[in-house]
Design a protein around this ligand. Structure first.
Ligand code: CP
Ligand code: NVA
Length: 332
């Protein structure tokens, strides 16, 4: 399997075998890191990580993973480059790929990262767009496989805003890896026709199901993984909070939801999460709408069923795997 020079833009670009290989490589890197084994394979390489939206996990994962592989890293923050306002995406790609061996991009439309990749001579890695969050899905499936010892036949229920970037990548990853996918949320926030049209044939081929529902009871004795995310994603208009809250409050993940899911069900969340009032955004929402918890209760978030911090750690191991595989030239 050779990934040298390839971009990592969305899950649908890769086969099940390729995704499995990425997960296997991440597992090896995790073992090496835990054993304290040096894996600085690329002491002469440098990467640029370009963030037009804020980040904790993705930025830190790229930085730590790059340094573990021996590479230099340049971080460009949301105001730190000319891209978009003074320089086109194409020109930015052509400049950065003269200087760097790989480019990470987090930002708005998927078309931007696609264009960066088109004009770049080096691999481009998608660190989140409005439509996709592929490195997230990879880290999540590493976490799921570590916990259950398998993927095939499990059922992942994504609850809430089922048309967001995280939900899209999880649907794609589920159908590729033989996991049944439930998108549970209000009809107004259903996955797009495009993502469904892309995923349905893969689900049929792999013998998995995609269920779209507004009924939380569909998780009962069925969902092995209950996954949720924020109700308003980065880049969305804050004026929509009120509408989102009324649409999504019935889809809050409570301990009752977890107890009614399949025996041994786990809770996952990409993070950051509004499960208490210890953030300024949660305080603002509380002042305006009176909520003390949003997409998940504090009880579930902090329970033994919650693997959210394992997930966060696995972002780094899987991102390292993607960078290694796309930068490593066989025979060198
Ligand atoms: N899950 C995730 O992408 O987190 P950050 O926004 O902190 O990178
Ligand atoms: N859907 C969220 C994911 C954050 C990691 C957002 O785009 O803000």
């Amino acid at each position: 399997m050779d990934f040298y020079g390839k971009d990592f833009l969305k899950i649908l670009d890769f086969s099940e075998d390729e995704l499995r290989y990425m997960l296997g490589t991440a597992k090896k890197f995790k073992e090496m890191k835990k054993a304290g084994q040096n894996h600085k394979y690329f002491p002469d390489k440098n990467i640029a990580i370009l963030f037009e939206k804020t980040s904790t996990r993705t930025r830190c994962s790229f930085e730590v993973a790059a340094r573990d592989l021996g590479m230099g890293v340049t971080y460009l923050d949301p105001n730190g480059s000319q891209m978009g306002h003074k320089e086109s995406i194409a020109d930015t790609a052509r400049v950065l790929s003269r200087l760097y061996d790989g480019i990470e991009y987090r930002g708005y439309g998927q078309a931007i990262v696609d264009e960066l990749a088109k004009y770049s001579d080096v691999p481009v890695w998608n660190g989140l767009t409005d439509e996709c969050h592929p490195t997230q899905a990879l880290g999540d499936f590493m976490t799921i496989e570590e916990h259950f010892g398998k993927l095939k036949g499990l059922t992942l229920a994504y609850v809430g805003d089922t048309r967001n970037n995280v939900a899209n990548s999880l649907m794609a990853m589920s159908v590729k890896m033989g996991v049944n996918f439930i998108a549970c949320g209000p009809e107004a926030l259903r996955p797009s026709e495009d993502i469904l049209a892309a995923c349905q044939p893969i689900a049929v081929k792999n013998g998995t199901t995609i269920l779209l529902t507004s009924d939380m009871n569909m998780l009962n004795k069925r969902a092995d993984i209950v996954y949720t995310d924020v109700w308003l994603s980065m880049g969305e208009d804050k004026a929509k909070w009120g509408e989102r809250i009324s649409l999504l409050q019935p889809y809050q993940v409570t301990m009752d939801v977890m107890n009614r899911a399949n025996d041994g069900a786990i809770f996952l969340h990409c993070l950051p999460s509004f499960h208490d009032l210890n953030t300024s955004v949660a305080k603002e929402v509380n002042a305006a709408f009176g909520l003390t918890e949003m997409e998940v209760t504090d009880e579930v978030f902090n329970s033994e069923k919650s693997l959210v911090f394992e997930q966060a750690e696995n972002r780094m191991h899987t991102i390292k795997s993607v960078m290694f595989l796309t930068l490593y030239k066989k025979g060198e």
